[in-house]
Ligand binder design. Structure first.
Ligand code: GDD
Ligand code: MG
Length: 345
């Protein structure tokens, strides 16, 4: 059977004031009251049992993740000793899957921080991708039909259709300008969802052939080494690189399946207006929130109640003893704000 591999590292400062290094966005209840990682695991559960579900994360998040997902065997929550990028994380996951399930075992790789409007469609796409990966011995991505010109994603240009719904890949373009994003959307590019599906053995082969940042460190870890001793050596030796750049862009064995199941990467407070259930005036709220004559606001009240009267398009977040008030537009550039804040906040 297939394995699920959930990438849950990365810090994510875009959900300040709620997110902190020990409680980054994947552990926050941003969409429906459950942490995003819990949403992710629940979405995968009908497809893959907990025994074959791996979560890769920073050492500091292992304890909260085990507490949030007690159904996972402890050894399935894997701590990376140092942040090393997604190519290394997936290389380690592939080694783990190959050792426990064999080279033929298919890995369904996902991120911990997505919102998915149609979970059945998502699971159907993963099944199709698994079939294509095994049949064509390829690295399969699911490309999302874009719904806006978003410069925050990677884009994939599909090439020839080799069977219904399965395309070769012409190119990957990571995080374009808004103008280029608009052009690519018009030309039929897809969003790179980060859903990657492959046989463990095929990914390890492509990594070995094309990823000098990571492959030597994996080769240096002997097959006999037990996981606990090998993981430290491996992560100390790799050069950080994203899997998109380190393997996918360089490999000729890549296929893309277009998909449409309400996928989104929850990247900003303002984005919650797209993925949360909305009230009649299109406000996305959670916690004790009272609104009158207020429209399209995102309000997250973690603690004190929040009351909005006669205002539109605001983001109001109360949590950790802090209150943030900004606009939906400005919330996509929290970094500028954070750079200017005093350290103690
Ligand atoms: N375990 C682990 N280790 N996870 C990591 C690491 C790491 O070193 N670095 C990042 N992650 C996790 C993040 O928590 C996130 O879930 C996922 O891997 C992707 O990393 P991001 O840093 O969020 O990437 P991105 O969103 O900017 O871009 C990627 O994803 C987009 C879709 O969500 C790219 O693949 C884009 O092309 C793509 O559109
Ligand atoms: Mg992301």
């Amino acid at each position: 059977g297939a394995w699920a591999v959930v990438l849950a590292g990365g810090v994510g400062s875009r959900f300040w004031p709620l997110s902190t290094p020990t409680r980054p966005k994947q552990l926050l209840p941003l969409v429906d009251g459950e942490p995003l990682l819990a949403n992710t695991l629940a979405r995968l559960a009908p497809l893959v049992p907990a025994a074959r579900t791996l979560v890769l994360t920073n050492a500091s998040l292992v304890a909260p993740i085990r507490a949030l997902a007690p159904e996972l065997p402890a050894e399935n929550v894997i701590a990376e000793p140092a942040p090393a990028g997604t190519a290394a994380a997936l290389a380690w996951a592939a080694r783990t899957v190959a050792r426990r399930g064999g080279d033929d075992a298919v890995m369904l790789c996902v991120h911990a921080d997505w919102a998915i409007g149609d979970p059945d469609g998502f699971r159907a796409a993963l099944r199709d991708a698994a079939r294509a990966a095994a049949a064509h011995r390829s690295l399969v991505t699911v490309g999302i039909v874009p719904t806006r010109d978003d410069p925050g994603f990677g884009y994939i240009q599909p090439d020839a259709e080799i069977e219904p719904g399965v395309h070769r890949v012409a190119r990957f373009v990571e995080k374009p300008t808004r103008e280029r994003a608009a052009r690519m959307r018009a030309e039929g590019y897809l969003w790179n969802s980060g859903i990657f599906v492959w046989r463990a053995g095929d990914f390890l082969e492509e990594l070995d052939a094309r990823c000098p940042e990571v492959a030597p460190a994996l080769r240096a870890v002997s097959d006999a080494a037990d996981d606990a001793s090998a993981i430290g050596t491996f992560f100390a030796d790799v050069t950080p690189v994203a899997v998109d750049v380190g393997v996918m862009e360089r490999s000729p064995r890549v296929l893309v399946l277009p998909g449409d199941f309400g996928w989104d990467d929850v990247g900003t407070w303002g984005a919650l207006g797209r993925v949360r259930a909305l009230d009649g005036a299109e406000n996305a709220t959670s916690g004790a929130v009272h609104l009158l004559d207020a429209h399209r606001n995102v309000v997250h009240a973690d603690g004190n109640a929040v009351v909005l009267y006669g205002v539109d398009d605001l983001v109001v977040v109360v949590g950790r003893g802090l209150t943030l008030v900004t606009t939906v537009d400005r919330s996509s550039d929290l970094k500028t704000l954070l750079d200017s804040l005093p350290r103690e906040l």
